[in-house]
Design a protein around this ligand. Structure first.
Ligand code: F6R
Length: 596
């Protein structure tokens, strides 16, 4: 993970810090900056968030070259020694790195034999020292030949004390370059750093290198040959990066959900996307596999339920890290759908490459149209949620489900020769959600704020929503919340229940209501304090006693999982704030998981 940025031009330190804040979603364990000052490398770094580094900066307006880093720790604790940039032991070369160097131990042992002294526990510190110890004459050759020795994943930006230049390398981790409208040069892990500053940008591909000077960008391949590259236009960013009147991005992003659904419905009604969908002929596939991680995996499970409803071929969902390492029966009649907000998650990306290798047709549902996954897949469907900054995914999850809903309607129209229409339902959902109020959750915050454990049960789509609700609670409140299939209660987990247990029961599918309420009663009679979440107010209240309710508005059952998850997104947010946790930056996590 980690975010890296490089800059050449005026106000170098300030530009680097501003860009780092935009990359903070990639990790916030430590931060650091190196700039060239009077022919020397000047490095400042600190443990903790970027604001700590910001407070330490005394100079912000140098006209120079610099690099900066925000870290999500992989090798070595999150302290100042392991913070990037890392410098060569002669202090003349400085690098920032995003990724993992898998062969760093043998490289490090070799360098130690050559007299190199190491100051950190990181894998990254071998990089500046490999460059330093390279026998090549020119710096570009030293840089490329050192990078050619690395196994693993990397986006690297490098400075040397004698030139106002940036040297870049890339393998598996993203890296972009842009000449800004002001004429200055910038490279970064994410194009959001170029937002409102540039019209186009270059994407460095695996095995490519670049040298950026004050007014020139030169690209190389691994054999030191100069190569030509085309730039891409920087699209519009739909949603503002500013917090506005909100206290946290998580709150802002949940509140944006109705607008996102509205936006998505409009975009999918355009000729362009309708054509893409219609060309995806469902009759040419004999099985469908859906793959994602974390929340995106829960959206994949929801996709499985929605699609299996109309399809006669087998649909199954997988956690990407498991998919990669289990035997998969995939051929050219398989459709593999990958779900990823960032489009960069390492396990999902590797699973996508595997599916391509095995001959499957691949479809990516992503929020990041310039991502590596979007570039590799045969078909790309956008989630149109706008930038999601908070680590916990909320609006992107909802939009992923909406895309599966549209896919379901599309396949249904192909199979049953019906009209393909989804717009009205999504529009109505957006209006319904706009009018919902969630103040009632404050009483649940009071009730649950001292709990260390919460239980959830549900069936079918409600079980998936339960799992997603638990993930949100764990991430931002650190409460150990766990979901079980309602029918599994008596097969073991009932032993955990006593009179101080709180259990949420989600029941939004009418044909399963009675069965789920039976499970509720089994838990209730063992003393569990039940909170029933349902739209079937009359039936449920007559069948249940001593139960608290969260009543949901009624809507199309296919989309009820969206109606039922939002209260839990808000509840997690409110509980997090009540515990003085920053919900946007929960401990040990980062938004974009670009390491396996
Ligand atoms: C949870 C969350 C993560 C991500 C997961 C996959 O709130 O955000 O579980 O869903 O890391 O990330 P993407 O969707 O970027 O592949």
């Amino acid at each position: 993970m980690c975010g890296i940025v490089g800059f050449i031009g005026n106000n170098c330190e300030q530009n680097l810090i501003d860009a780092l804040y935009k990359l903070e979603y990639r990790g916030y364990d430590s931060a650091g900056i190196s700039v060239i000052k009077d022919g020397k490398i000047d490095t400042i770094k600190t443990a903790g968030e970027i604001k700590n580094l910001d407070e330490m900066l005394t100079t912000r307006n140098s006209n120079t070259a610099g690099i900066a880093h925000t870290r999500w720790a992989t090798h070595g604790a999150s302290n100042v020694f392991n913070a990037h940039p890392h410098n060569s032991c002669n202090n003349k070369i400085s690098i920032v790195h995003n990724g993992i160097i898998e062969n760093y131990i043998e490289l490090k042992q070799d360098l130690i034999k050559k007299g190199v002294v190491f100051y950190s526990e990181t894998d990254s510190e071998v990089i500046p020292n490999l460059i330093y110890k390279s026998n090549n004459k020119s710096f570009i050759k030293k840089f490329i030949s050192a990078c050619n020795l690395l196994n693993g994943s990397y986006a690297i930006a490098c400075l040397n004390s004698t030139e106002k230049k940036l040297y870049l390398a890339k393998n598996k981790s993203p890296l972009y370059i842009s000449k800004l409208n002001t004429g200055e040069m910038m490279c970064a892990s994410d194009i959001i750093c170029f937002e409102s500053k540039a019209v186009d940008y270059y994407t460095l591909e695996d095995g490519e290198f670049a040298v950026i000077s004050k007014d020139n960008i030169r690209f190389y391949n691994s054999s030191f040959k100069i190569i030509k590259k085309q730039s891409s236009k920087l699209g519009k960013f739909d949603f503002s990066f500013e917090l506005g009147n909100f206290s946290h991005y998580m709150e802002k992003e949940i509140c944006e959900i109705p607008k996102c659904i509205d936006n998505l419905a409009r975009i999918y009604s355009s000729k362009n996307l309708t054509e893409i969908l219609i060309n995806l002929n469902i009759n040419s596939f004999n099985k469908i596999k859906i793959i994602g991680c974390g929340t995106a995996y829960h959206a994949s499970c929801m996709g499985e339920k929605l699609l299996q409803d109309v399809l006669k071929v087998d649909v199954s969902s997988f956690v990407a890290s498991e998919f990669r390492y289990s035997k998969q029966l995939i051929d050219n009649s398989t459709l593999c759908i990958f779900v990823s907000q960032s489009g960069e998650t390492a396990d999902t990306l590797e699973a996508l490459k595997l599916a391509i290798e095995l001959g499957a047709t691949t479809l990516v549902i992503t929020n990041t149209m310039h991502s590596t996954m979007a570039k590799l897949a045969h078909v790309v469907l956008p989630t149109c949620a706008g930038v999601e900054k908070s680590v916990a995914s909320t609006k992107a999850y909802v939009c992923q489900i909406c895309v599966f809903y549209i896919l379901k309607r599309c396949f249904d129209s192909q199979i049953n020769k019906k009209c393909f229409d989804f717009y009205e339902n999504l529009e109505n959902l957006s209006v319904l959600l706009k009018n919902q109020k969630y103040d009632y959750l404050d009483s649940f915050v009071k009730l649950l704020s001292d709990e260390n454990e919460l239980y959830f049960i549900g069936r079918d789509k409600d079980l998936i929503s339960s799992n997603e609700a638990c993930l949100k609670l764990k991430e931002v409140t650190y409460i150990n919340a766990n979901a079980y299939p309602a029918g599994e209660l008596k097969h073991g987990f009932l032993a955990l229940i006593n009179q101080s247990s709180y259990m949420f029961v989600i029941a939004t599918e009418h044909h399963l209501l009675e069965k789920t309420l039976n499970a509720l009663k089994e838990a209730s009679s063992r003393g569990a304090n039940i909170i029933l979440v349902t739209q079937f107010k009359n039936e449920a209240s007559s069948m249940c006693e001593n139960v608290k309710f969260i009543y949901l508005p009624c809507f199309d059952e296919d989309l009820m999982s969206i109606v039922s998850i939002i209260p839990f997104q808000f509840l997690s947010y409110k509980l997090s704030v009540s515990k003085n946790i920053n919900p946007d930056k929960p401990r040990n996590l980062a938004k974009s998981v670009t390491v396996e």
